[in-house]
Design a protein around this ligand. Sequence first.
Ligand code: PEP
Ligand code: MG
Length: 297
Amino acid sequence: RRAEERAAAAAPVLDATGRHVLVAANVGSRPEAEAAVANGADGVGLLRTELLFLDRAELPTEDEQTAQLVDLLSVVGDRPVVVRTLDVGADKLLPALHLDPIKNGPLGQRGLRFGLAHLDILRTQIRAILRAAAGRKHLSVLAPMVTFAWEARTFRRLIADVSSELEDEGVAYGRPHEIGVMVEVPAAALAADEICAEVDFLSVGSNDLTQYVMAAERTNEAVASLYQPDHTALWRLYELLVASARAAGRRVAVCGEIAGDPAAAVRLVELGIDELSMAPASIPAVKAALRAALGTG
Ligand code: PEP
Ligand code: MG
C-alpha cells in the first residue's frame, strides 16, 4: 500500500493543456536526496551546496566537493537537478569562512555577491559542479541572491570560462543543461525582464524574497508576525514576474517554503509558475492538491 502511494506520488502532474508541472525537491544532503526519491520528486529543484561546507574548520577542496556532489547525485539518478552555488551570509554564516554578521548580513555581501568578491572560492566550486556534471544530461546551475543583470551575465561568463579551462586541461566535465539565477531581491523581481535576457530560467526564493519585501528578517523572532509569505505584495510581485518571464520565453520555478504549501502551490501554478521545489516530505500532498485542482486525476 505504501508502495502504491509512492508510485502515485511519483507520477508526473499535468495541467489541462498537457503542460508538465515539475514538482521537485530541495535537498542539501544524501539523506534528503533519498527522501526526495522516496516521496516521488520529479527532480531536485534546489541543491543547497552550503550544507556540504558546514561543520568544517576549512573549506573543502575541489576534489572533496566533486566527490560529495557525485555521491549525492548518484541517489537522484537521471532526474533533472539544479545545483545552487554557495549561498553564504545572512542566515548561513559558515564557520570555515569567519563571516561578519553585519558585512555579510541579510543586506550585505551574501550569495553571489560573496562569490564574485571571492572568485577563488566560486571558481573552485564551479569546477567541482561541472566535474560532477560529467555524463549528466540535466544538471543546471543556479546563482543565489542576484540583484543586477550584470551579475547574471558575469556568472554565465564564469561558467563558460571554467568549462574551457577544464576542456584545456582534459578533465572530464559536463556543460550545464541550463543556467539560472534566483529571484530573492525585490529589484530582481521588478526588473526581471533585464535579468531574463541573461539566463535560461529563474527560480524564486520566496523565503528571502518575503524577508526583503516585508522588511522583516526571516530568523528574527521579534518580527516573525511581519514575515508574511502570503501577503498581497508578494502575490502581485509573482504575477509581474511571471508576465516578464513569459514575455521573454523563460521558465520560472519557485523553490522557497511557499511552494510546499498545497493551497499556495495551486495558486502559483495557476499563475503560470512552471516548477515547484520543496522539502521532500511536502511532495505527495502538493502533487495531490495540484491533481485535484487541475482536474488531471
Ligand atoms: C529562499 O530564499 O527561498 C531559498 C529557497 O533559499 P534559502 O532558503 O536557502 O535561502
Ligand atoms: Mg534564499
